[in-house]
Every structure is written in structure tokens, then in C-alpha cells.
Ligand binder design. Structure first.
Ligand code: ZN
Length: 134
């Protein structure tokens, strides 16, 4: 049995969706109704974007992904990568109308078609490595 969780186990765990509370709250620079409206709209848009991710450590193996000692490794595509320990996919750069940042969030398991523990996932990763080394 693998030390890493399968995508089925992760989906059954019903992990939380990331929200703006996981990355720091927006705050209005003044207390006008207009500022409050902008903050509310921005919060809603950012939370909609963040719902594709789950907060916290790597869902697959529990390793910390962010920070200097995090196990996140960059992939081929800008902003994309994975846990260096178990290859669970994550994103390290984020940009939207209201949000630009460099912080690592693992994808929510509900959005993944496959993950380690699955032979198909390992085959696709091997093919990706073969293609990138040619
Ligand atoms: Zn991991």
C-alpha cells in the first residue's frame, strides 16, 4: 500500500475549499460605502477563484508546500508545479483582477482526474518526463 493517498481517498475526505481567509483578508482603505462595495466584490471574485484549491499542506502526503523549506517544485508551465515528495499538483503563482501573488496552493481533489496511487497517473508522468528530456 502506498504511503500517499489516492484521489478517491482525497475526494472522500471532503477537503475544504480555499478562501480569502487562507491568504489574508482584503481591507478597505476607508470606510465609505463605495470602498466596502469594492472589497465585497473583490472578496467574492477571489473566493470563486480559490475554490479550485484547498488550503494547508499537501493533501497527498502532508508535506508543507510553501515557504523556503516547502516541497513545492515548479513544473514546465508558468505558475504550475507539484509536491516534490508525492507529485500532488499545485499552483504557485496566481493572478486575477484583484489578486496577484506568489504562494502555493494544492488543487482541490475534486478537480483532479488522476493522482499518484493511480497507475495511469504514474504512466502519464513518465511520458511527460520522456518528452521533456528529448
Ligand atoms: Zn505531497
Amino acid at each position: 500500500m502506498s504511503e500517499f493517498k489516492t484521489i478517491r481517498e482525497l475526494r472522500e475526505a471532503q477537503l475544504p475549499r480555499a478562501t480569502i481567509d487562507d491568504i489574508g483578508k482584503l481591507s478597505a482603505t476607508n470606510d465609505t460605502d463605495e470602498a466596502a462595495k469594492i472589497v465585497a466584490e473583490a472578496t467574492e471574485e477571489i473566493n470563486r477563484y480559490l475554490a479550485s484549491f484547498t488550503p494547508g499542506p499537501c493533501p497527498g502526503c502532508g508535506a508543507e508546500l510553501g515557504g523556503i523549506f516547502g516541497s513545492f517544485q515548479w513544473g514546465i508551465c508558468t505558475g504550475e508545479g507539484a509536491c516534490a515528495r508525492c507529485e500532488y499538483p499545485a499552483r504557485g503563482q496566481h493572478a486575477s483582477k484583484y489578486l496577484t501573488g506568489s504562494f502555493v496552493l494544492p488543487y482541490h481533489p475534486d478537480l483532479l482526474a488522476a493522482y499518484s496511487g493511480s497507475p495511469d497517473f504514474e504512466e502519464s508522468r513518465q511520458l511527460e518526463r520522456r518528452i521533456s528530456s528529448e
